[in-house]
Design a protein around this ligand. Structure first.
Ligand code: PLP
Length: 447
């Protein structure tokens, strides 16, 4: 670890360590060559991900699209296959031993999620199909039961469509007001008018980390202000839980949603966490098997949470995969994951700027400690799709587009960006390949 920047104090306000929050100073930038890859043994990690061995068009695969979906380690794939081969049955219904064993494994996954995010009880963890479903659940259950004309919901301009559209859908029926927390030119939330925005608000919906800018938002500060104003806080933790130590209670969240597939787990499973008292008071979102206490010819009585919100056969094999993903990340240590990504991001901010020069724009905060490993890139007025296509010839996978954040694109004054995003298996070689590919694309379109 000699010569490595000490990043242990880099957690942002209200996230992970509250003491560290106050000390969220900018890290000094260590010499490039020694900066990244030292906190985690990336070479060993890469061996856990078979896909990273693959070559594309004879070139080493450089996977930089983990913000969209992360690659899967062998441990996750094997855990799911082993469960399907030896322990699989539908859960919560059978009385035979195999069904009880499957139920036990599913509930153990729930307990692992609760521990991983600091939830006081596993009963507060609802398995959904993805983060989008969890965020819709908040709107369609809590929102539908609680909002009406005269109320306000406050969103940030950096929300993903999953945390915007459900509120527009409900607004069309319920007639409440939607207000927006603006984004500053340097990619932070502008909280100067927060008190005014919160006046009469019932809920604040905010992302803990922007999937476009990488910005880590001051969730705790906003939650404290929201609670003082009588509003609840729904946190989109999709880009946060996979990358930083998470404590939903310390964050000040009332609801928090994220997806398994962005944290080296499988697709088809997400999580909604909410305080028990809120879940108790909320009506079910979907009706069907598994969510009732009783049904008769007159009606039904819902079960308690979490069953109340898990109608139908849930993602059983996927829960086993998510449990294995959590074990995998726990094995690395989420503090190490965060430190690695801060280090790699610092390296990338410098390497890309040095390599591509003035023609390059990197959207979002310039301080690595204020952001996650997501870099939205622009080169002059070259279309991001064109950039990404040339970079693909280098086997460098970046994502062009609006990243499901069209309101933010409008604020940024562009229709799209080319986004590179890092995870535990990326190293400085990947960043160097990114810089090379981006410089090549920039030259190609300059000529
Ligand atoms: C910030 C953010 N929120 C929500 C989502 C939606 O996640 P999912 O598609 O897994 O439901 C994403 C996915 O890209 C995201 O980045």
């Amino acid at each position: 670890m000699d010569g490595v920047t000490d990043l242990s104090d880099d957690l942002p306000p209200g996230l992970g360590s509250t003491d560290a929050a106050t000390a969220a100073a900018q890290p000094s930038v260590a010499p490039l060559a020694r900066q990244a890859g030292d906190v985690l043994d990336v070479a060993a990690i890469r061996r856990d991900f078979p896909i990273l061995d693959k070559e594309i068009n004879g070139k080493r695969l450089v996977f930089l699209d983990s913000a969209a979906s992360a690659q899967k380690p062998r441990a996750v794939v094997e855990a799911m296959a082993a469960f399907a081969e030896t322990d699989y049955a539908n859960i919560h219904r059978g009385v035979y031993a195999l069904a009880e064993r499957a139920t036990g494994r599913y509930e153990a996954a729930r307990a692992a999620v609760a521990r991983f995010i600091g939830a006081p009880s596993a009963d507060e963890v609802i398995f959904t199909k993805n983060a989008t479903e969890g965020l819709n659940l908040v709107a369609q259950s809590w929102g539908r039961a609680n909002l009406g004309p005269g109320d306000a919901v406050v969103l940030t301009q950096m929300e993903h469509h999953s945390h915007i559209v459900p509120w527009f859908q409900l607004q069309a029926e319920k007639g409440f007001e939607i207000r927006w927390i603006p984004v500053t030119p340097d990619g932070h939330l502008d909280l100067s008018e927060l008190d005014r925005l919160l006046d009469g608000a019932r809920l604040v919906a905010l992302t803990a980390m922007s999937n476009v800018l990488g910005t880590l938002t001051p969730v705790r500060q906003i939650a404290d202000a929201a609670h003082a104003a009588g509003a609840l806080v729904s946190v989109d933790a999709c880009q946060f839980v996979p990358h930083l130590p998470t404590d939903v209670v310390a964050m000040g969240a009332d609801f928090a949603a994220f997806s398994g597939h962005k944290m080296v787990g499988p697709t088809g499973i997400g999580v909604l966490w909410a305080h028990a008292a809120l879940l108790d008071a909320m009506p079910p979102f979907l009706g069907g098997g598994g969510m009732i206490l009783t049904v008769d010819l007159e009606g039904f009585t819902p079960d308690a949470a979490p069953a109340k919100f898990e109608a139908g056969t849930p993602p059983i094999i996927e829960a086993i995969g998510l449990h294995a993903a959590i074990d995998y990340l726990d094995g690395l240590g989420m503090e190490n994951v965060r430190a690695h990504e801060v280090s790699l991001t610092a390296y990338a901010l410098r390497a890309l700027t040095e390599r591509v020069g003035d023609r390059l724009t990197i959207h979002g905060p310039s301080e690595p400690a204020a952001r996650g490993g997501v870099l939205s890139l622009a080169v002059d007025d070259v279309h991001p799709h064109d950039l990404a296509q040339v970079m693909d010839e280098h086997a460098v996978c970046v994502r062009p587009g609006h990243h499901c954040a069209k309101p933010l694109m409008k604020v940024l004054g562009c229709g799209a960006t080319a986004r590179a995003s890092f995870y535990v298996y990326n190293d400085t070689d990947d960043v160097d390949a990114l810089a090379e590919a981006l410089a090549d694309a920039a030259d190609f379109f300059a000529s």
